[in-house]
Design a protein around this ligand. Sequence first.
Ligand code: ZN
Length: 169
Amino acid sequence: MILKIVKYPEPVLSQPGEPVTEFDAKLKKLVDDMFETMYASQGIGLAAPQVAVSKRVTIVDLSQGKDPAQKLVLVNPEVIFREGKQYEEEGCLSFPEIREKVQRASKVRVRAQDLKGKWFEMDGEELLSRAFQHEIDHLDGMLFIFRMSSLKRDLVLRKIRKMQREGTW
Ligand code: ZN
């Protein structure tokens, strides 16, 4: 089922997600629906708060559904190691049409649980590292506009207000 992706400034996007404690069929269904929703919007990552579910669940698939090996589910994830810097353009499904350069670590290691509750660790570099950091930020209620310089953030917020007035946001 395709879920509605909420846009900024929906309050759920700024709230830290609740840790997941039940690894049940309901969680599996949420994740399946999130993949369907993300693929329908051509995204490479989606966090549960973006579908108005305030839980620490996120998915990433850099292949956008083309390679099952790249389909990743991270439950209760944490960045446990970060290294280097990268400064590249980033987008967010909760900020349609907004793309700006954001500084991130070039390499991260994440620790997370899978759908059965089993803990695992995984390294990410470049785009995967960026996706991990962007999505885990969502679970802390942190949005990518707050990783931009205040100058860029002001420009983005002005653009959003303009679109809101025109009824296109
Ligand atoms: Zn996002």
